[in-house]
Design a protein around this ligand. Structure first.
Ligand SMILES: Nc1ncnc2c1ncn2[C@@H]1O[C@H](COP(=O)(O)OP(=O)(O)OP(=O)(O)O)[C@@H](O)[C@H]1O
Ligand SMILES: [Mg+2]
Length: 251
């Protein structure tokens, strides 16, 4: 187990970063509230990383920092995606650089059908998966292509939100609580598609309260506690470590 990794040796990070996505010493604030307190981790190409921790640990804030959203304010640190400095980009530029965030609230666009929601994502290049391929991945979306997106069930909306991210040519998929509020059989279905997406080479970060499900899917895990990393290692190490699970994940 690799508790509190030492990142000081990464001083010359830009040149030495071996990882596909590299988050290095980020500090993020909401106004005066200091939330993400020097978080560093790497994600290798094609792997699934579970970003875990209790409520309020800073998981969503970390994802929002990587996606360069206006809130929180990130005042320090570097984020590199496939040699591109995301920390110097706006959220729009980061999205063009290959970042695909699926936020917790899914953001399905009202008034648009399933297909129009997907087509909207493909308005500007670079375009990712074709509609045909997306409907093959999510047959339920194909069957409901003419239905208004917001009238889909929760699980189907989650599928649409993931499909919409893949409709653009992304390099990394960031999922914030994709299983939230969904029945186990729907979670099974989404998990299966995430495995297929991984087989196609996608790099993924999954934030989940359902830590066991996320760990079963993930290759590696990072655990956050009050804005700092307390564990960085393999998913199976967490599953096997009862003390770690009890202390930081309450499972
Ligand atoms: N917009 C905001 N303004 C001020 N504080 C915020 C804001 N969003 C989140 N916070 C605070 O930042 C801390 C971390 O929140 P964050 O949403 O990142 O946690 P989380 O790990 O995603 O939790 P959860 O598992 O409940 O989703 C919390 O204390 C939260 O109250
Ligand atoms: Mg959250």
């Amino acid at each position: 187990m690799n508790v509190k990794p030492d990142f000081s040796k990464h001083a010359n990070h830009a040149e030495t970063a071996p990882a596909f996505l590299s988050v290095w010493d980020i500090h993020a604030y909401y106004g005066e509230s200091y939330i993400v307190q020097g978080v560093s981790f790497n994600v290798h190409e094609g792997e699934i990383l579970a970003l875990l921790g209790r409520n309020g640990a800073g998981k969503t804030t970390t994802l929002r920092s990587i996606a360069r959203l206006a809130n929180p304010q990130v005042n320090k640190g570097e984020i590199w995606l496939d040699h591109q400095p995301l920390h110097r980009m706006s959220s729009y530029q980061a999205s063009m650089a290959g970042l695909g965030l699926v936020p917790e609230d899914r953001r399905i666009i009202p008034g648009l059908t399933v297909e129009e929601n997907l087509q909207l994502a493909q308005i500007a290049p670079p375009i990712g998966w074709s509609l045909e391929r997306l409907y093959e991945l999510f047959p339920r979306l194909g069957e409901r292509r003419k239905q208004e997106g917001v009238t889909l069930s929760g699980g189907e909306q989650q599928m649409l939100a993931i499909a919409r991210a893949l409709a653009r040519d992304i390099k990394v998929l960031l999922l914030d609580e994709p299983y939230e509020g969904l029945a186990p059989v729907i979670v099974d279905e989404i998990e299966k598609t995430l495995r297929i997406v991984k087989e196609q080479g996608m790099t993924t970060i999954i934030v989940e309260q359902n830590a066991v499900r996320a760990l079963q899917l993930a290759d590696r895990a990072v655990i956050l506690d009050t804005g700092s990393i307390v564990f960085d290692g393999t998913a199976s190490e967490v599953l096997e470590n009862e003390q770690l699970r009890a202390e930081y994940l309450a499972i």
